[in-house]
Design a protein around this ligand. Structure first.
Ligand code: SF4
Ligand code: F3S
Length: 265
């Protein structure tokens, strides 16, 4: 087993903010070190790889040829349809995704931008941003949305794939049920206040100080499916609602245009 080669993974970053990679780096089970040194061979990743320029592109091409049909592709960021908006080594994001996906066993769309278009797709969508599934229709795709996604959701899907040799069960939006099968509002520790009609009206009133429900401050968790309320962030320390701000629905399609940002209901 020690001699066994690790499955190749190619990570493509398109119209993104690097938040998804920042999130991945904070995974603790498995840790990013364990993931990279014990389980997968991360052969291409702009932010994490040592190589640059032509050497970096060569690494991507070599991984594609050496592992044709068997490598994983992970994508963060949306794909601009308008020419010239985002290129890597002179290759448009659209062409690079099509070329790399052609030999992939599966694609993980990491973050809301690659899963559904995300912030770049917000109105008026100047780049005509596309999600991975709007570009690729002949490969299995798992959406792992979130802005960014919970690190355990990223590494958990990879671990499932490596262990089971298949992709995990998905919901109708292509998300793994293990992480996106439950509504945050149903698992929120402030829910007893919601049920009793006790709401914070401003971010610094008595209700806010007492930890009452944030629904009247725009919390979108009743319409949001994610593991934030029970898996949480930073190794289970907290999540947005526990920090005093309502959920903005970041794991749902088109959340930027749905009024989740600092708008009261
Ligand atoms: Fe539901 Fe949000 Fe209120 Fe929690 S804070 S109970 S998720 S509306
Ligand atoms: Fe996003 Fe809401 Fe969780 S804003 S991080 S889905 S609590």
């Amino acid at each position: 087993l020690e001699q066994a080669s690790r499955p190749s993974a190619i990570w493509l970053s398109f119209q993104e903010c690097t938040g998804c990679t920042e999130s991945l780096l904070r995974s603790h089970a498995p840790s990013i070190e364990s993931l990279m040194f014990d389980f997968i061979s991360l052969d291409y990743h702009h932010t994490l790889q040592a190589a640059s320029g032509a050497a970096a592109e060569r690494a991507r091409e070599e991984a594609m040829h050496a592992h044709a049909g068997n490598y994983l592709v992970l994508v963060d960021g949306s794909i601009p349809r308008v020419k010239g908006y985002s290129t890597i080594a002179g290759i448009s994001n659209l062409d690079m995704l099509r070329e790399t996906a052609a030999g992939a066993a599966a694609i993980l769309a990491v973050g809301t931008c690659s899963a559904y278009g995300g912030l770049p797709k917000a109105a008026p969508n100047p780049t005509q941003a596309l999600s991975v599934a709007e570009v690729i229709d002949d490969r299995p795709i798992v959406n792992i949305p979130g802005c960014p996604p919970i690190p355990l959701a990223i590494t958990g899907v990879i671990a499932y794939y490596l262990t089971m040799g298949a992709l995990p069960p998905l919901d109708p939006l292509g998300r793994p049920l293990a992480f996106f099968g439950e509504n945050i509002h149903d698992r929120c520790y402030r829910r007893p206040f919601y049920d009793r009609g006790l709401f914070a009206e401003t971010f610094d009133d008595e209700g806010a100080r007492k930890g009452w429900c944030l629904y009247k401050l725009g919390c979108k968790a009743p319409l949001t499916y994610n593991a934030c309320a029970h898996v949480k962030w930073n190794q289970g320390v907290s999540f947005p609602i526990q920090s005093g701000h309502g959920c903005i629905g970041c794991s749902e399609p088109n959340f930027w245009d749905k009024g989740g940002i600092y708008e009261s209901v």
